[in-house]
Write a protein that binds this ligand. Structure first.
Ligand SMILES: Nc1ncnc2c1ncn2[C@@H]1O[C@H](COP(=O)(O)OP(=O)(O)O)[C@@H](O)[C@H]1O
Ligand SMILES: [Mg+2]
Ligand SMILES: [Zn+2]
Length: 506
């Protein structure tokens, strides 16, 4: 007998429909799965047979052929176990029928219980888009799936329960929509702990307000790591759409927590310099997101930047520019979003004192080699570059209160609101994302500012790219000031935030 049920597959963050067909006959036992399923899909045979037996069905004399279509798209993972078994049971007549517009996703344990699977959120969202009405999946994935509204989500414990439901012997209610708790905030250290360094904090505030990449350079102990770690406490709240996007990445990576399945705080990913290129960028046989995508809509923090392998740093160029990473495989392409704010920190030389008051003991060649680890194109993608000097003793001892994270966040929120108005109806959220073609429209300057920028451009011999970046940062500086028209002092600040590369990378 023959039966067909619907499921979903995943490529990168993109979900697609998969029809699971089964043909059963009496005869010499045999079980084949066709339709470009990789080794992980082939393994499903043993789980399906065991789950079937342990749910009270006889699979001992079964000759079954399963086909996953479209047959020319590669499929991987364990989430086809459930639809395969449902289609077999339907072909055998053990299930009287499947409601119109139903999709099945899930892994089976040998006992017939359903086990949670990765990537359910993007699959549920795509199912909804395709007009699917009912989604049957493991209980462990219910909360995550029910972030998608307008589709019935059925959390299933085991095969026996599902067959009882489909045969009208048991009732299962669809899950209520999951309403995430969004008023959480990151419990991180406060910027108020940082004494002095007010101009540095202002630069960091600008970076966070416009989602600009940031580089801090300075001697050891100046507080670079201390400052960077406090950034997650001043990031503006995520929109619901951003939350869903970021959560989808974590869903595919299998990193969602069943208790709080929606990511509502911007991620802050501090990456070790020992991480591999695949770990940072993503990749693998079944493409998985890397750290840069786990930082989607949040921060990717690379401390001690020159300690990273040069080839790893170079692979960051394309994703930093495109905000999307494309992984090419023989079977096709997968892509993951990576709209992140890169925060990097580094010493200027191996001993750390070059360019500051302390005595540098490095040879010129050693300094050049050290700084050379960061290539021009990578530097060019970092809008805000600042020098962090050691805090003065008097400032360190001072009881005077500096900017706190709460105050910084308030300024950032104001700048955020102006950006929201400015970019309404576009897919831009932050000034850091303004494409070159739109700079003129969004970055209005008064004539004095224009003249100043022109002079600076000529005097410093800036590249076109540097010009664009200065303009974007000036846009954010003006937004923090609550001003729509950029004036000279905004440009001047933005130029200051770009003077480092001339000092160190001349
Ligand atoms: N401005 C500052 N205010 C308070 N403490 C500071 C300041 N700068 C540095 N420190 C202290 O020095 C320590 C070392 O700073 P760290 O962030 O590790 O420096 P870096 O990363 O630049 O080498 C911090 O943990 C902190 O205790
Ligand atoms: Mg440090
Ligand atoms: Zn040195």
């Amino acid at each position: 007998m023959f039966a067909k049920v619907e499921s979903m597959g995943l490529n990168g963050l993109k979900a697609f429909s998969v029809a699971v067909e089964s043909n059963t006959e009496k005869g010499t036992p045999d079980f084949r799965i066709g339709g470009l399923g990789d080794a992980s899909v082939q393994e499903s045979r043993m789980r399906v047979l065991a789950a079937m037996e342990n749910s009270g069905f006889d699979g001992s004399r079964l000759k079954v052929t399963v086909n996953l279509s479209p047959a020319d798209v590669r499929k991987s993972g364990s989430s086809y176990d459930f639809p395969i078994l449902v289609s077999i049971l339907a072909a055998l007549g053990e299930i009287s029928g499947v409601p119109e517009g139903s999709v099945f996703i899930g892994e089976l344990s040998l006992s017939g219980e359903l086990a949670g699977t990765n990537g359910v959120l993007p699959m549920a969202a795509a199912a909804k888009e395709n007009g699917v009405r009912n989604l049957f999946l493991p209980e462990a994935n219910v909360k995550e799936a029910s972030l998608v509204r307008g589709i019935n989500i059925y959390g299933i414990k085991n095969i026996a329960q599902l067959t009882a439901f489909l045969n009208g012997k048991e009732h299962i209610a669809p899950a209520p929509p999951y309403i995430p708790d969004t008023d959480g905030c990151a419990a991180v250290a406060d910027f108020a702990d940082v004494k002095g360094q007010e101009n540095i904090k202002a630069a960091i505030q600008t970076a966070a307000a416009g989602f600009h990449n940031l580089l801090m350079i300075g001697p050891p102990g100046a507080g670079k790591s201390m400052l960077a770690k406090r950034i997650s406490g001043i990031l503006p709240p995520m929109t619901f759409e951003e939350s869903i996007e970021t959560t989808s990445v974590y869903s595919v990576a299998g990193m969602l927590d069943d208790k709080s399945p929606l990511i509502t705080l911007r991620p802050f990913r501090a990456v070790s310099h020992t991480a591999s290129a695949v770990g940072i960028i993503g990749g693998g046989k079944t493409p998985m997101p890397g750290e840069i995508s786990l930082a989607h809509n949040g921060v990717l923090f690379l401390d001690e930047l020159p300690e990273f392998r040069r080839d790893v740093l170079e692979t960051l160029r394309q994703p930093l520019e495109d905000r999307r990473i494309v992984i090419t495989r023989a079977q096709g392409k997968a892509s993951f979003p990576c709209k992140t704010m890169l925060v990097a920190a580094m010493n200027p030389c191996p001993c750390g004192n070059y360019g500051s008051e302390g005595k540098c003991t490095c040879t010129p060649a050693a300094i050049t080699k050290y700084l050379g680890k960061i290539s021009r194109p990578v530097l060019d993608r970092i809008d805000i570059q600042i020098e962090v000097g050691a805090v003065k003793y008097a400032e360190l001892r001072s009881e005077q209160k500096g900017l706190s994270s709460a105050e910084m966040l308030e300024n950032i929120q104001k700048a955020r609101e102006l950006q929201e108005k400015r970019f309404k109806g576009t897919d831009i959220l932050f000034n850091g994302e303004i494409p070159p073609a739109k700079l003129k429209e969004y970055c209005l300057m008064d004539s004095e500012a224009e003249e100043f920028l022109q002079n600076t451009f000529d005097k410093l011999g800036l590249s076109a790219r540097a010009y664009d970046r200065i303009l974007k940062v000036a846009r954010t500086v003006a937004d923090i000031d609550g001003e729509e028209v950029i004036s000279r002092r905004h440009i001047s600040k933005a130029v200051q935030y770009r003077s480092l590369d001339r000092k160190y990378w001349q």
